[in-house]
Design a protein around this ligand. Structure first.
Ligand code: C5P
Length: 232
């Protein structure tokens, strides 16, 4: 089965930009991530549009609400036929289990993963909101909670991959943004990791945005990255 490791982040707010980019990519080389901006601007039709061309979708809406509401939102995502969707692990075990059951009730193959601690947070910020663990310990705790709640994996920083991979076997998916090919512009990513290092450290899927979406030749860069990780 074709299982491309690259997920291209569609960080746009209009259909025309999406159509333009996806016409220059290939479903055999990548999946697509649709997040809050694009989904809020364009709705489910953008999911259908790219799925109809053959792309699988990671619907990155990071649901976090009472268990019943989160479960219904996840069920609606699964009903769109998406490949993957996600919740915040901070919603707790009861919420994650309800989400898992709701996704499974659809009978499809939608993978359900959790965000642990947003990598934009600093140590002082998480203390400010009352979390007294340091970030590493909190990420580990929430990843274990997601695992115990039956989720398929977590979103994590490529810097956290190695330590999480030592605790969970390869069936537990580690989906990592903050990826930059050697020599690429960092943009606002401060501690980027190369695709090769991320995969070597145990990452299951790489989320990559601007290095591909802003490239003059998106399929060229995508092919290059894909070939660089193919034989690891
Ligand atoms: O353009 P770039 O490769 O930086 O895009 C990465 C994508 O991953 C964006 O959609 C961004 O919101 C998301 N992301 C991230 N860092 C995180 C979590 C998510 O860059 N820690």
């Amino acid at each position: 089965m074709n299982d491309p490791k690259i997920i291209v982040a569609l960080d746009f707010d209009d259909l025309a930009s999406v159509k333009n980019l996806v016409s220059r990519l290939s479903p055999s080389l990548c999946r697509l991530k649709i997040g809050k901006e694009l989904f809020t601007a364009c709705g489910p039709q953008v999911v259908e549009l790219v799925q109809n061309i053959g792309f699988e979708v990671f619907l990155d809406l990071k649901f976090h609400d009472i268990p019943a509401t989160t479960a219904k939102a996840c069920k609606a995502a699964a009903n769109l036929g998406v490949w993957m969707t996600n919740v915040h692990a901070l919603g707790g075990a009861r919420m994650m289990k309800a989400a898992r059951e709701a996704v499974d009730s659809v009978g499809g193959q939608t993978k359900l993963i959790a965000v642990t601690i947003l990598t934009s947070h600093s140590e002082s910020e998480i203390q400010q909101i009352g979390l007294m663990n340091n970030i590493d310990a909190q990420v580990e705790l929430l990843a274990a909670l997601a695992f115990d709640s039956g989720l398929d994996g977590v979103v994590c920083s490529a810097r956290e991959t190695e330590s999480l991979r030592s605790k969970f076997d390869k069936d537990f998916l580690l989906v990592t943004p903050g990826i930059r090919p050697a020599g690429a512009a960092l943009n606002d990513q401060k501690r980027a990791v190369t695709p090769v290092d991320a995969i070597k450290n145990g990452s299951s899927y790489l989320v990559i945005g601007r290095p591909i979406t802003q490239a003059a030749d998106p399929i060229g860069i995508l092919t290059e990255i894909s070939e660089s990780i193919n034989f690891i």
